[in-house]
Design a protein around this ligand. Structure first.
Ligand SMILES: C[S@@+](CC[C@H](N)C(=O)[O-])C[C@H]1O[C@@H](n2cnc3c(N)ncnc32)[C@H](O)[C@@H]1O
Length: 413
């Protein structure tokens, strides 16, 4: 079967959207995952990958019967065989949000056996020039760009219309001889950090250019503003990518957590302390907030960010079943609320099981992958918890990614 249908060209009617930026079609009894198409369209596809007996992958290269949701791609680099950075450039923004909502619904049904429906919420700023933090690949000639879908090649770019202009200006349209990739981040005051990486992904050097001199600050840090506070972040280290995402997510988390004075909150996978620091005023000086993060630079930034909040502390360590068990045992009492914002892979079944048994009155789960979220929610559901709230945000327009915030509560005890 290896490479069996690769290069074959045939017509299909496109079915529903699936997780990963494609839609499902069928041909001669096999599933075909079709990119660059929309549900209901009649398209001609060319098979791009065929490595699995059950399905193959294809690009729609000709649209015979277009969906009313189809639009001209704003990005000239996007399309079949071109840059793989975006999935939905050919889709009207409101339809992108509908597709993302359908994916969340489908993942919860398939992986958690739950029926959820939701409207994916738009963030301010429009679908372009929102990406404030990015990694660009560099080809053997030192030219920067992005990779085609499921390829190690580099599509050389002079622009990336979803990326904020100062990041484009700092990285694209020039050469980075000897580099394997370049990370770039633009902070809330226009500071631009670029980190040059070697071919193995190791940082070689970092350059920070600030509009002001940044007096009194750690030179490698960027400045972000969210939830009425200023935050320091390691230059190209983790911060929500969309400039409006931090505020939107904190708003959702705070609404679901509804903390009150004296409560104990855990902020797991805390980064620079965004959620813990935002909830700390609500628990007051008699409460406790513990931010857990394994990256030393992020922990140092979090400690500085929370230095005016005596009820908040930072624990450097891995969130895993063992570490979490130790942390829970050391606390003076059970947490009231646990906020977690793990990377794409999610917290996993073991950590979820420990949290479901932690005694918390609520868990607020922030997730950039609805599949990981639904898988972990199933663990909570098995332990008797229910989904009491679910919101989703279009924090990555033009791509298939969506950010979800779920409120999980235990069965009445
Ligand atoms: C999606 S980011 C969230 C950061 C923060 N909540 C925010 O919104 O800015 C995930 C964070 O988890 C950290 N991380 C990933 N795996 C971890 C683990 N197993 N234990 C502790 N921290 C982890 C990463 O370093 C990163 O800072």
């Amino acid at each position: 079967m290896a490479d069996g249908w690769v290069g074959e060209r045939f017509e299909v009617t496109v079915g529903p959207v699936a997780h990963g930026g494609h839609c499902v079609a069928r041909h001669e009894g096999r599933v075909v995952f079709v990119r660059h198409a929309l549900p209901g369209e009649r398209v001609v596809v060319v098979v791009t990958e065929d490595r699995h007996p059950g399905y193959c992958r294809a690009d729609a290269v000709e649209v015979l019967d277009p969906s009313p949701d189809r639009v001209e791609r704003p990005c000239p680099y996007s399309g079949p065989g071109k840059c793989g950075g975006c999935d939905w450039q050919h889709v009207a923004p409101e339809a992108q949000r509908r597709l993302k909502g359908d994916v969340v619904t489908e993942q919860f049904a398939r992986l958690a056996g739950m029926d959820v429906s939701l409207d994916v919420e738009e963030l301010p700023g429009g679908p372009l020039r929102w990406r404030s933090r990015a990694r660009f690949a560099v080809d053997r000639s030192g030219r920067p760009g992005l990779r085609p879908h499921r390829s190690r090649d580099v599509v050389v770019l002079d622009d990336c219309p979803i990326t904020v202009q100062p990041a484009v200006d700092a990285v694209l349209g020039r050469t980075w001889d000897g580099a394997g990739a370049v990370d770039v981040a633009v902070d809330s005051v226009g500071g631009v950090t670029t980190t040059r990486l070697d071919r193995r992904g190791h940082a070689q050097s970092t350059r920070v250019v600030r509009p002001d001199a940044g007096a009194g600050r750690d030179d490698q840090r960027a400045e972000r503003r969210a939830w009425h506070r200023d935050w320091q972040v390691e230059g190209t280290g983790f911060w929500q990518v969309h400039p409006a995402a931090a505020d939107a997510l904190v708003g959702a988390v705070a609404g679901f957590a509804a903390v009150s004075a004296g409560e104990r909150v855990l902020d797991l996978y805390a980064g620079a302390g965004l959620f813990g620091g935002s909830l700390a005023p609500g628990v007051g000086p008699e409460g406790q907030v513990v931010c857990v993060e394994y990256d030393a630079g992020a922990c140092a930034a979090a400690a500085d960010n929370l230095s005016d909040l005596p009820q908040a502390e930072v624990w450097q360590g891995a969130v895993d079943a063992e570490g979490l068990g130790e942390l829970l045992a050391e606390l003076p009492g059970a947490p009231d609320v646990v906020v977690l914002d793990p990377p794409r892979a999610g917290a996993g079944r073991e950590v979820s099981a420990v949290l479901a048994d932690s005694g918390a009155r609520a868990v607020v789960y922030v997730a950039c992958d609805p599949a990981s979220l639904a898988r972990d929610v199933a663990v909570f559901a098995d332990a008797g918890w229910t989904v009491a709230g679910l919101r989703a945000f279009d924090a990555f327009p033009m791509t298939a990614h969506v950010e979800c915030v779920a409120l999980l509560v235990p069965a009445a005890r």
